[in-house]
Design a protein around this ligand. Structure first.
Ligand code: NAD
Ligand code: AKB
Length: 316
């Protein structure tokens, strides 16, 4: 059994991915790490290391101590936060990936690194965006993800590093809060509705974006990592899709549960980011190459978020 290190394990995705990998691989085989001194409660059941991934020596010490053979590198500055400090976002997103890829050359069997729909830009076809198309990201986050994809393919082709990647859409889950992206509204809106509050949305009512329920994202990640290397035909990053909706559409789905729920719209700087991203994604390569299938659409997402958030909002 390969020992796994998750970098950025206390984040929105990392929390749920750590939980699922521990269920599948055994708690002791999945080492969570993040900047915090202590793990968040949801992943406090297993090994945890405080790690700033910019610290190469500390990273290698952990790889050696646990004899780590697989790394899931999730730490990044996301789209909205990245625009507030572009130099820092570039530094963290790029340098940390290169550090992990270098480790892949001599001591790792497999690496997972997520990309994003943010690799696309205003010149990209908006509907059913193809796997290979015009890419003109105009956020530092998107530029770093596109450059990261090129580095992943480079390390695979030049050095045989088995690095795998998915271009996630906006991820929505009830266990952890999002960390500074443009799609965060689709999580925030549930918290407001359940608290009985109105929601002021920072995107306009008809902004269509691709989204995914967290269980599907975790399933896709593990499916991709578990499939035979021969099935992984895209070594930059796979398009991945489940559903697309607008703020108006998700609000009206929520109103089926909370008829008095009200949404208003006050677009801010994130509107321009959202406008540069696709409305829907063609993920047929993932479906054909390694059998990707999603389980959650807008209705299932809404039912599940409301049912679980009502009882289990966990703030740490
Ligand atoms: P997040 O911001 O919720 O979590 C990131 C985690 O990384 C945080 O816990 C943070 O403390 C940690 N971190 C930051 N700097 C670090 C450092 N120097 N060393 C170690 N840890 C550090 O992000 P997320 O939403 O969980 O996203 C995880 C990955 O998935 C990111 O690469 C992101 O770009 C990608 N992604 C996420 C989404 C989404 O909707 N959540 C969509 C597309 C892609
Ligand atoms: C963001 O909005 O920045 C992320 C993403 C789609 O990459 N959720």
């Amino acid at each position: 059994m390969d020992k796994i290190l998750i970098i950025g394990a206390c984040g929105q995705l990392g929390t749920e991915l750590t939980q699922r990998l521990r269920e599948l691989k055994g708690t002791e085989n999945v080492i969570a790490s993040d900047l915090r001194d202590e793990p968040i409660k949801l992943i406090a059941d297993g090994p945890y290391e405080k790690l700033d991934i910019m610290d190469k020596d500390a990273f290698h010490a952990i790889l050696g101590r646990y004899n780590i053979k697989q790394v899931y590198h999730l730490a990044a500055v996301l789209s909205a936060k990245g625009e507030q400090n572009p130099q820092f976002a570039w530094k963290l997103n790029m340098e940390s990936l290169l550090l992990v890829l270098e480790a892949g050359r001599d001591r790792l069997n497999k690496i997972y690194w997520p990309s994003s729909i943010a690799v696309f830009g205003p010149d990209t076809p908006k509907e059913n965006t193809p796997q290979n198309t015009v890419m003109s990201p105009n956020t530092v986050y998107g530029i770093s993800k596109l450059a990261g994809e090129r580095w992943c393919e480079y390390y695979f082709e030049k050095y045989g590093v088995d690095v795998r990647s998915l271009r996630y859409p906006g991820l929505i889950g009830y266990k952890a809060l999002p960390g500074g992206g443009t799609t965060d509204y689709a999580v925030d809106i549930f918290h407001k509705a359940i608290a009985g509050d109105d929601y002021e949305c920072f995107l306009s009512e008809n902004t269509m974006l691709p989204m995914m329920y967290m269980d599907d994202a975790v399933k896709a990640t593990i499916d991709l990592m578990e499939t035979d290397a021969a099935n992984v035909k895209v070594r930059s990053s796979y398009n991945l899709a489940a559903m697309s909706f607008t703020p108006k559409e998700i609000a009206s789905e929520i109103q089926k549960h909370y008829p008095d729920f009200k949404i208003t719209y006050k677009p801010d700087f994130r509107q321009k980011i959202a406008d540069s991203w696709p409305g829907s994604i063609d993920d047929s390569a993932a479906r054909n190459n390694w059998g990707w299938q999603h389980n959650f659409g807008l209705k299932e997402l809404t039912n599940t978020m409301i049912a679980n958030l009502k009882d289990t909002i966990v703030f740490d």
